[in-house]
Design a protein around this ligand. Structure first.
Ligand SMILES: [Zn+2]
Ligand SMILES: [Zn+2]
Length: 263
């Protein structure tokens, strides 16, 4: 049966209107109302409900750069060799094979990353994770990851903080890659002072031995994509990668939204 063009168009108008009613189009950062997405831009329901930024907030994002350090993921200027590390990581040894990030953790992007940690920040986290996918899909695919896991949060912190940006990013990238998201693949077994409050040398000692791989998943010979929201010294991600490799993982790569200033 051939569906008439006019009827198809009416169905698309109705689904767009219903989506706008159920999910009012607001900027996922400042909450400003946005113009509805027309069916000419997208006719897919999931795309209509995808978080969006207004033009003012989108302008707060730093410009995208094509050149990233292959070792730690820090964005850097063009024509700078990046295979053997950059100014942020040249003295660091990581247990992960490589990393990507969207932007440096500074200025307005730093504020956005902090907003992602709030209850109302989950849509922005998803939006930024999609941006990371759009910018780095070739490299993410080239790692041939079998599953996506995230840096865990200690259970008492999880109780008071209802959102966990690393988990949201992991879910988003797993869906983009078409591979399983392995929930609770890692556990944090004891509470330690928050990394951001410590000096770089103490941070490395602070995370030693605090993560365990759970027995919920089989890591043997798997390529794992490990997710966190921010990577600063790389100590946390490296410790998690070490644990995953000890559990049998063949290789671990890391993806984060922001790369800290690398001290
Ligand atoms: Zn906005
Ligand atoms: Zn680097």
């Amino acid at each position: 049966m051939v569906v008439p063009e006019s009827l198809l168009r009416k169905c698309q108008d109705f689904s767009s209107a219903l989506a706008d009613y159920l999910f009012p189009p607001n900027c996922c950062y400042c909450r400003k109302s946005l113009s509805p997405v027309s069916h000419e831009e997208t006719s897919i329901w999931s795309e209509i409900t995808t978080p969006r930024l207004c033009t003012d907030c989108a302008a707060k994002l730093p410009p995208m750069t094509d050149n990233h350090c292959l070792k730690c993921g820090a964005p850097q200027g063009p024509h700078i060799p990046s295979r053997h590390g950059c100014v942020h990581c040249k003295r660091s040894h990581f247990a992960f094979a490589g990393a990507i990030s969207l932007h440096l953790y500074e200025d307005k992007f730093r504020k956005m990353c902090r907003f992602c940690k709030q209850d109302s920040g989950q849509n922005l986290t998803w939006y930024l994770a999609r941006q990371l996918w759009q910018a780095e899909k070739n490299r993410l695919k080239s790692w041939q990851c079998d599953a996506v896991v995230h840096v865990p949060m200690y259970w008492t912190r999880r109780l008071v903080r209802h959102v966990h940006p690393a988990e949201t990013i992991a879910r988003c990238l797993a869906s983009c890659l078409g591979v399983p998201f392995w929930h609770r693949a890692l556990n944090q077994v004891r509470q330690v002072p928050h990394q951001a409050s410590l000096s770089p040398s103490v941070r490395r000692k602070n995370v030693l031995g605090i993560y365990r791989a759970t027995r919920l998943h089989d890591f043997k010979d798997r390529n794992i994509l490990l997710i966190d929201d921010i990577l600063t010294t790389g100590s946390t991600a490296s410790e998690c990668a070490k644990v995953l490799k000890r559990a049998g993982a063949k290789q671990v790569h890391v993806a984060v939204l922001a790369r800290g200033a690398g001290r």
